[in-house]
Design a protein around this ligand. Sequence first.
Ligand SMILES: Nc1ncnc2c1ncn2[C@@H]1O[C@H](COP(=O)(O)OP(=O)(O)OP(=O)(O)O)[C@@H](O)[C@H]1O
Length: 275
Amino acid sequence: MCNTTNRIVMKNVSKTFTTSHGQVTALQNINLTIKNGEFFCIVGPSGCGKTTLLRILADLEEVSGGMIRINSDGGNRPVNSMVFQEQSIFPWMTVAENVAYGLRMRGIAKKLRADIASHYIKMIGLNKFARAYPCQLSGGMKQRVSVARAFATDPEILLMDEPFGALDEQNRILLQQELLHIWDTSKKTTVFITHSIDEALCVGDKVMIMTAHPGTIKSVVEVDLPRPRDIAAIRTTVHYNELFQQIWLSLREEVLKSKQQEFNANENSQPEASG
Ligand SMILES: Nc1ncnc2c1ncn2[C@@H]1O[C@H](COP(=O)(O)OP(=O)(O)OP(=O)(O)O)[C@@H](O)[C@H]1O
């Protein structure tokens, strides 16, 4: 599944934003090692710093303290590729052009990039739509294209920020299964944010639970469910339910804290009653 080489190491990482209302500490004391080939999921209450952590890994945000090391292979391929919740494909390009986009940017020859794109388009079941434009696709189909494009680019690390969060349940299950299928053939180091414990258990090797704001690491649970995974089948196992309970008990406390924080913030922002 994954080998023992460390791909990502974070030591005492913190991130503070300066806003017009003062300083916001989004992340504190993050110590984390993600191994090469690991499928690493992150869950946590809203606003706990999940996206900030991913943006730091994507080099879109600088850390305020601590250090981060990404062990790169040093080849021609990109270090990372990101898939967002909202489809981020180009509306003026066909499905095939979208999937091949990263390869074109890397100067890969036309024939080779067409072959690679076609391979991933088949994997996501959109062969008949290779020449279609995004406006001709459903939301689920567009998100499939985003996933195919990320894999086709062959990054060393795949960063996924709630990639299926906006999809209905049926499409989500189909895409989770397709993601697992593509991932099984590439064993790419993946960092995957989700609000769903079920999704984290279906796809992940590890699930990291974050505390309510400011985000720290509460615990990391190893998902020792066998691979390759059939999503429908693993959900019926006793061990899946044990893991679900373990994660939920840890997460529940943080979700309640986060709700209380929201309530307190609302109370403090209420204008005082006059008279
Ligand atoms: N650019 C920014 N400027 C100021 N504050 C920010 C910025 N980005 C994030 N924050 C704050 O940092 C904290 C963490 O935000 P972040 O988006 O990382 O959380 P999250 O866990 O991804 O939330 P959600 O689950 O709701 O997407 C929040 O308090 C947020 O308001």
